[in-house]
Design a protein around this ligand. Sequence first.
Ligand code: G3P
Ligand code: CA
Length: 341
Amino acid sequence: MKPTYIILILVLIGLIPLWANEDKLVIAHRGASGYLPEHTLEAKALAYGMGADYIEQDLVVSKDNHLIVLHDIHLDAVTDVAERFPKRARDDGRFYVIDFTLDEIKQLRVHERRDPKVGNVVFPGRFPSGKSRFSVATFQEEIELIQGLNKSTGKNVGIYPEIKSPAWHQKEGKDITRLTLEMLWEYGYRNKNDAVFVQCFEPAPLKRIRNELKSQLRLVQLIWTENNEALGIDYERMITPEGMADIAKYANGIGPSLNHFIPGLKDLFGLEKVSLVDLAHQNNLVVHAYTFRTDQLPGMIADIDLMHELFLINIGIDGGFTDFPDRMVEFLRSAKRTNGE
Ligand code: G3P
Ligand code: CA
């Protein structure tokens, strides 16, 4: 019998309980990026309208020190920079955000993600690449969009900025951590109850934010599945009892990859892997896992709602980054209805 059927049966007969899903967070990953080009203001507005609790911003710095909302330190996978500024690549052939002013970046058109080496579209079923007109947004513009919508709707949707490659930015002479904190401060994000989580794959900037910059904002330590030898980041240790206790000294949550759990799923939730959530909770850390995609499901899972069920209900994560926020919102609503809440 397929593992998915076994899991479904266990859920149905109650051996795997359906827990209340109060407080589970839907985090729009790069906006509603399953429907519109990632990190555009349009994708963010759609995510807002779909009912996301938090909307994610990946941050990088321009030549003239503006915080730009883009996933990569390069421009070439999601913009037409190579056509507009053909002579501005570095020796490695890549076009770096940090080599362009905001004025130049604003001249670019954003398209669906393509592999810059071969040019093929990464998610062919999504918005047609190169159609319509989208541009790169700044962090400031995005905060103003979300805060503006909060004012006009009366909601309090949060932001979820990720400081991208802080060590690399530092080497290039940019203090992205300080710039991020200053922008958050300017827009009123100052306390632990404010609707913001600051995330980073590198522990050093998070420790700095907490200890040196004395910020009380909620921080999330992202965890990758392989250690970062170059920066000496031991992600493997982070998911041990000692590592988790260390994270709890400076952060409020962890952001593991869904792949951290997949070997466990193969073994019907092998206890060792699944207990990552328990370990985090024992240390008062929330667990926000990435990334839920209807068009990139793990081999043994045929349906996004089964994925939602497994992670949000059975494994018990506290929130998920999703390219399809409407699907996670709807799942949580219907799970609540099933529970009679
Ligand atoms: O920040 C959570 C998740 O977005 C991390 O992965 O590579 O999409 O930024 P990435
Ligand atoms: Ca991210």
